[in-house]
Design a protein around this ligand. Structure first.
Ligand code: COA
Length: 205
């Protein structure tokens, strides 16, 4: 099995759009956007999004299986936002989510001083993932998201990127399953992460 992680390009629009819609359909509670809104987008709109925002993709044997995006918050100069983190169910528990979020963090370091994330309190996997990579919760927003007629409380987190402690925790945690049997290289200049995995799948949770 080969794994690779890279910044998506406009030509990745069909694969990105398919995976994004899969995530929105499977997990309407965990994303601000809705399936209907994004299903209505044309591929050229999706390609423009990939040109204007940094979206990382994780590929397993050449197939896009995970995504995570970075958006600069335009109201302020110092903040960015992590958005759209999704890993296909069959590829979870292998470290893809960690590697994708780590790639967004490394990218964000060159652009902003802090990276924000928001997660539904009913989403323990994502809450654990973000904490593991150094995000600190700073607030709980009651009814932060409305899905249909239901309200969901949202947790707000931030990662201060100028703190050295953040980088150390990310490097240590980026690919937990590899141990001594694999290698992870973070190439900060090209914003690319290459992963080769030789160990077996992590035990199920
Ligand atoms: C959250 C998500 C991206 C994790 O992807 P993944 O590839 O399984 O993540 P990893 O294998 O890198 O696991 C990273 C950490 O996430 C947490 N985690 C992942 N799956 C978990 C689970 N089922 N239960 C609890 N924690 C879990 C753990 O802290 C884990 O680290 P650990 O194995 O060292 O304990 C994936 O479950 C997903 O796509 N969920 C649906 C979409 C979503 O919730 N997106 C976030 C919106 S805010």
């Amino acid at each position: 099995m080969s794994l690779a992680l890279r910044l998506l390009e406009p030509t990745d629009a069909p694969a990105f759009h398919g995976l994004r819609l899969e995530g929105l359909l499977n997990h309407p509670d965990w994303f601000r956007a809705t399936y209907d809104e994004e299903a209505a987008q044309s591929w050229s709109e999706v390609a423009r999004r990939l040109r204007e925002q940094a979206v990382f993709g994780a590929f397993v044997d050449g197939e896009l299986c995970g995504i995570a995006g970075f958006a600069r918050l335009t109201q302020t100069k110092n903040k960015g936002e992590l958005w759209g983190v999704y890993v296909r169910p069959g590829a979870r528990g292998e470290g893809l989510g960690s590697a994708l979020v780590a790639a967004v963090i490394e990218h964000a370091r060159d652009h902003v001083a802090q990276l924000c994330a928001t997660v539904a309190v009913t989403n323990p996997p994502a809450r654990r993932l973000y904490r593991k990579l150094g995000f600190e919760p700073y607030g709980l927003e009651p009814r932060g998201l409305k899905v249909g007629e239901r309200y969901l409380d949202q947790e707000h987190l931030v990662l201060l990127l100028d703190a050295d402690a953040g980088r150390a925790r990310i490097d240590e945690a980026a690919w937990p399953g590899l141990g001594s049997t694999g290698a992870l290289a973070l190439c900060h200049d090209r914003v690319q992460v290459e992963v080769r995995r030789r160990s077996g799948k992590k035990a199920g949770r």
